[in-house]
Design a protein. Structure first.
Length: 195
């Protein structure tokens, strides 16, 4: 999730700049990011949600078994049938998301949609009894690390590569990872630059 979030921000420099401004405004006086105010970083939370919408950690959720025969959208589903939910496709479904393929964290700023399994158009961690038990831990780690990276560094693509040329190709498997390694140049940031 962290690699995809940084990749999406590199591809969209205005989003990166806005995220860095938010983090630096909150933590500039301390000179370091800690857990004390992470919950206040609304734009960073929106970036993480949008990243998980487009790049869920597990694109195909664990198989479910139908407990009894039922009918869904005109399809007969027999008892004991194994169903595999495609979270990747749901997150990109234009029936639920405007400009579904576009990375737009602002869609989550004033939205009640969350990844706790209550909104079936957005289930990067699954839903119901089989929802991922590590949501809270993973989100705390992702938030803290991304905030640290955004606070302490400005990021640049190597050579003459432009953000619009940045390759976001996916490598399919049990998880979806970037096809190419993320290679960036970190430029140290000093908190005293803002004062």
């Amino acid at each position: 999730a962290m690699e995809w979030a940084i990749s999406e921000m590199i591809k969209n420099p205005e989003i990166m700049k806005r995220a860095q401004q938010e983090v630096r405004n909150f933590y500039n006086d301390k000179g370091n990011v800690d857990e004390s105010r992470l919950h206040e970083l609304k734009y960073l939370h929106a970036i993480i949600k949008e990243t998980l919408r487009l790049h869920p950690s597990a694109p195909l959720l664990l198989p479910r078994e139908c407990g009894q025969e039922c009918k869904i959208n005109g399809y007969d589903i027999p008892a004991k049938a194994q169903i595999i939910v495609n979270a990747w496709a749901i997150g990109r479904d234009s029936n639920y998301w405007s400009e579904a393929e576009k990375f737009n964290p602002s869609r989550f700023l004033d939205s009640e949609i969350d990844y706790k399994g209550n909104n079936f158009e957005y289930i990067p961690f699954g839903a119901g009894r089989r929802i991922c038990p590590g949501i809270s831990y993973s989100q705390a780690v992702v938030q803290l690390v991304l905030a640290q990276l955004l606070f302490h560094f400005d990021w640049k693509l190597p050579g003459d590569l432009k953000p619009e040329e940045f390759d976001m190709a996916e490598k399919l498997g049990r998880t979806i990872r970037p096809q190419n390694d993320l290679l960036l140049i970190p430029i140290p940031y000093s908190a005293s630059c803002l004062t």
